[in-house]
Design a protein around this ligand. Structure first.
Ligand code: NAP
Length: 233
């Protein structure tokens, strides 16, 4: 499979990419800002899973030029089977302290990146392809909400709705679109925001789940935003 995954330099995306690499013959394109971490991931795949291939593009979803990103992606792939919009940015601040930049960066990474990447990659997708968006329990209507999460949760809410709408629009092309809305997972993002909270799942465990769902979930789900959480949050 040809797979594009964002936010693969660390956390859940990193472990999802590794899980894909474990399966023979996958070609994975990882996108994030940290070249050093992406190169570490590439080295690990080359050393441990030589029958798969992982390459990367260094790109900032907030400040980057999507026209250039499109050119770079098309140098790697003529077709794409799987897009995982996993990159995420979390700001925790009281509502009145959230700056315009916080807003733009949150919406830039959490929704615009998924929106623009989908626009770039859908023309390269055939019947049976899957777009998997990584949302959050905070981005689901009616879930328990937490203070200081307004801009993050609102941007993840937009991603959840995009998932539902895009699935309808891509129905004729038989391209599935789903979202997994995570509860707490032990990553840098969670530890920075909630240093005292003990998450029930590791990034490795969630990465394994995401990789499995990305391959098999489209058979059972389309246009769904699925809570993946054993805790609150
Ligand atoms: N951990 C949780 O408890 C939890 C709960 C609910 C939802 N989620 C969601 O799960 C996904 C993975 O999160 P995680 O916990 O693994 O977070 P993480 O460890 O902070 O990783 C976030 C990833 O996103 C990338 N990223 C952030 N800003 C970017 C930008 N401007 N341009 C390009 N890439 C950018 C980071 O790479 P660089 O820094 O190298 O750019 C990194 O690879 C996110 O969408 C997050 O919102 C996580």
């Amino acid at each position: 499979m040809n797979i594009v995954i964002t936010g693969a330099s660390r956390g859940i995306g990193y472990h999802t990419a590794l899980k894909f690499a474990e399966r023979n013959g996958n070609a994975i394109l990882a996108i994030a800002r940290s070249e050093e971490k992406l190169q570490t991931l590439k080295n690990k795949v080359e050393a441990e899973f030589p029958s798969s291939n992982l390459d990367y593009i260094v790109f900032d979803f907030y400040t980057g030029d999507y026209g250039q990103l499109e050119i770079e992606i098309k140098k790697h792939f003529k077709h794409v089977d799987l897009l995982i919009n996993n990159a995420g940015y979390l700001v925790t601040k009281p509502f009145l302290e959230i700056t315009s930049e916080d807003f733009d960066q949150s919406f830039g990474v959490n929704i615009k990146a998924a929106f623009r990447l989908s626009q770039i990659l859908i023309p390269l997708m055939k019947e049976g392809a899957h777009i998997l968006n990584i949302s959050s329990m905070g981005g689901i209507q009616g879930s328990v909400k937490f203070p200081e999460m307004s801009v993050y949760s609102a941007s993840k809410g937009a991603l959840s709705i995009l998932t539902e709408v895009l699935a309808v629009e891509l129905n004729d092309k038989k391209i599935a679109v789903n979202a997994l809305a995570f509860g707490a997972v032990d990553t840098e993002m969670l530890r920075t925001a909630f240093p005292d909270y003990k998450a029930p799942l590791t990034a490795q465990e969630m990465g394994a789940y995401v990789a499995d769902f990305a391959c098999n979930g489209k058979k059972y789900f389309n246009g769904k935003v699925l809570p993946v959480s054993v805790s609150t949050p």
